[in-house]
Structures are given as structure tokens and as C-alpha cells.
Design a protein around this ligand. Structure first.
Ligand code: FA5
Length: 345
């Protein structure tokens, strides 16, 4: 039995060398010092031994037990201090100042578009959408502008070569959001109340109020008994909500082949207060939208009987609105990607 105690002692010491973590150390303790371990069983069986053997084996077994307990305590201390060391190394100093990082924000055109849409949605309009690369038919012909119509000159067009097996078909970058009127009336029958926000493109020189790519919001209402008074009431209410009651709003005749009669709405120039300056082209006014009563030919082309239904439509330039509200002196700031400008919104 004495030799068994020595075997336990040597294998316990050898195994302890291999222990690398606290879990392994606990397993080692259970194996060599636990209630069911060999050493404890020997100690328990001492009472049944003759007195001489009990004294020798008991003394040795207790000595081994004390050594193993001391080794266990020492190993535990070593492991604890190495865990603490690695925790200290991996710890984060939360008092250090953080890395500054910039939050993204919405572009002023997106913000304004959403604001415009919210106003019309509160009046019962729904959002409609159309493609930016458009068929000539929707951009011009269906809007009462057949080929060679002089009004096409007002929409300097970027053409797209679209080749099919049967030959090229004329496509273009839409010059206005009005094609969405046609696409909507082809799909939905009156009553209709939609607004269509989106980008448009014109092949023209830029200046303080003209870009070659800009955004518009189109509006269309078709129903029985819609009159010019509805158009004026809707657009004046829109201007009042967006610009407040202090700004002057000019409503006067204009010509667009797809409406009859046609009108334009302009707001007094913020920069000169109406006296005339570089921004407003010395007119004292900045035009924000074109509008009118939908032409009977356009309604008929979409299968809507103009004897029964009438409607109004409008198309506004989105960037012109923050220009007027926040006093921006040049539309070209919007797309020149100067963050000092964009971060102000
Ligand atoms: C149109 O585009 C018509 N489709 C509007 C319309 C719709 C009339 C429905 C009647 C019925 P116009 O070319 O005037 O019209 O453009 C409308 C608005 O877009 C202008 O009032 C102006 O605010 C803005 N706009 C026009 N050209 C530019 C440009 N180059 N850069 C920035 N904004 C522009």
C-alpha cells in the first residue's frame, strides 16, 4: 500500500506539470484529492489496518496529501496571476477620447423632395414613378409634342442610342417628369392624384439657376369637374406651407403644349427682394414651377374622355426651392460635391 501511495504521488506531480488552465487544475484536484480519489480511499481504509502498517502508511499518505494540497495552491496562484496579466494586457482604457467619425446626412435635394412630397401627400396625393431613360413617345409625342414641334427646342435633349435587332429606336434622358403623367393615365383611371419626384436631364449651359441635371416633382390630378381654381388653390397652399405667408408668389400665363391654359409660378428673389440681380436674371422673380389644365388631346391619347374628365398638372424644380428658402446663390453648389456646402443641411 505504501508503494501505491508513492505511485499516486509521482503521477500527481507529473500530471500537475501538464496543467495549463483553471479547468484542468480542478479536474486534477478531483482526480488526486477528491472524495473518490485513490489517496483519500487509502486514508479512509487506514482504520482497518494493523497498528504498525497504519502508522507508516498513514504518515506517508498524509505527507503526500499535504504536498499535493500545497502544490495545488501554488499552481492556482500561478494560473490566477497569468490570467490577471493577460486581462491587464487586453483591457481597454475607456477614458481615452474616441476617434471622431462623421455622420452621413441627406442631400438637400433629397430633403426638399421629401418635404414637397409630404405636403402633397397630406393633400391626398400618392407617389408615382417613371424611368429616367425614357422613350421619345412618353417624353414628347404623348405630351402633344410630335416630331418637329418647336416646343421641343425648350427641352434641350440628351439622346441615347438604343439599338435593337430591327434598328435603332429613339430613347432619351427624360427632360422633365411629365412622362410620368402619361404612364400613370395609361395605367390608372380617374380619379387620379399623383406626384412623381425624380431626376431630369437637359443638354444646356449651366448658370446660377440652371443645371444640366436637376430634380423635379410632377403633380397630376384628374377627376370630374376639376377647374383652374383647384390648380391655383392647391399650388398657393403648397407655396404658403413651404415659404410662409411673407413671401410674394407670382402666378402668370405660360405655354406648354400639354396643358391649356398654361401658367408658371415664381417666388420673389431672396437676394434682391424683387429689385433684380444676377441670380434672378434681373427679373426680381425665380420661377419654381410650370403648370396648367391637362390638354384634352393628352387625356384622349391616354383613353380618358375629356368631355367627362378634366385635370391639372404641374412640374416644379426641386433645387430652386432651397435656393429661395436658404439664400443659396448658385445651383451648381448642389452637385459640385463640396462637403463644406453639403454639411450645412
Ligand atoms: C417643365 O419641365 C414642364 N414639364 C412643367 C409642367 C408640368 C408644365 C406639368 C405644365 C404641366 P420647365 O422647363 O419650365 O417645365 O421646368 C419646370 C421647372 O423646373 C422650372 O420652373 C424650374 O423651377 C425648373 N427648371 C427648369 N430648368 C431648370 C434647370 N436647367 N436647372 C434647374 N431647374 C430647372
Amino acid at each position: 500500500m505504501l508503494s501505491q501511495v508513492d505511485e499516486v504521488a509521482s503521477s500527481a506531480h507529473a500530471d500537475l506539470q501538464k496543467v495549463t488552465g483553471l479547468d484542468e487544475l480542478e479536474a486534477w484536484r478531483v482526480r488526486y484529492l477528491g472524495r473518490k480519489s485513490k489517496l483519500i480511499s487509502i486514508l479512509r481504509s487506514l482504520a482497518a489496518l494493523p497498528v504498525d502498517e497504519r502508522r507508516d502508511i498513514g504518515a506517508r499518505a498524509n505527507q503526500v496529501k499535504n504536498q499535493l494540497e500545497a502544490s495545488l495552491a501554488q499552481k492556482k496562484e500561478e494560473l490566477d496571476s497569468s490570467v490577471n496579466l493577460s486581462l491587464t494586457r487586453e483591457s481597454i482604457d475607456i477614458s481615452l477620447p474616441g476617434q471622431p467619425y462623421h455622420l452621413g446626412r441627406l442631400h438637400p435635394t433629397t430633403k426638399t423632395t421629401r418635404e414637397i412630397c409630404d405636403i402633397f401627400i397630406s393633400m391626398g396625393f400618392q407617389i408615382a414613378e417613371g424611368p429616367e431613360v425614357e422613350w421619345e413617345y412618353y417624353n414628347f409625342e404623348a405630351l402633344n409634342m410630335p416630331a418637329e414641334h418647336p416646343a421641343r427646342d425648350g427641352f434641350a435633349t440628351l439622346w441615347v442610342d438604343y439599338k435593337t435587332e430591327t434598328g435603332a429606336r429613339p430613347m432619351l434622358m427624360r427632360t422633365h417628369t411629365s412622362p410620368v403623367q402619361i404612364r400613370t393615365m395609361e395605367q390608372v383611371k380617374p380619379p387620379i392624384r399623383v406626384i412623381a419626384p425624380g431626376r431630369v436631364y437637359r443638354y444646356e449651359a449651366t448658370d446660377a439657376t440652371h443645371e444640366w441635371m436637376f430634380s423635379q416633382v410632377e403633380g397630376l390630378a384628374v377627376d370630374k369637374n376639376i377647374t383652374m381654381a383647384d390648380l391655383k388653390g392647391t399650388l398657393f397652399e403648397f407655396a404658403r406651407r413651404l415659404f410662409g405667408t411673407d413671401r410674394k408668389c407670382r402666378f402668370r400665363c405660360d405655354y406648354f403644349p400639354f396643358v391649356e391654359p398654361g401658367v408658371e409660378i415664381a417666388i420673389d428673389c431672396f437676394m434682391c427682394g424683387g429689385k433684380g440681380c444676377r441670380l434672378c436674371g434681373n427679373s426680381g422673380w425665380i420661377e419654381i414651377l410650370g403648370a396648367g389644365m391637362v390638354h384634352p388631346e393628352v387625356l384622349r391619347g391616354c383613353g380618358i374622355d375629356p368631355e367627362v374628365y378634366s385635370g391639372f398638372a404641374f412640374g416644379m424644380g426641386v433645387e430652386r426651392i432651397p435656393i429661395l428658402r436658404f439664400g443659396i446663390d448658385d445651383i451648381r453648389h448642389f452637385y459640385s460635391n463640396d462637403l463644406r456646402f453639403l454639411r450645412q443641411f
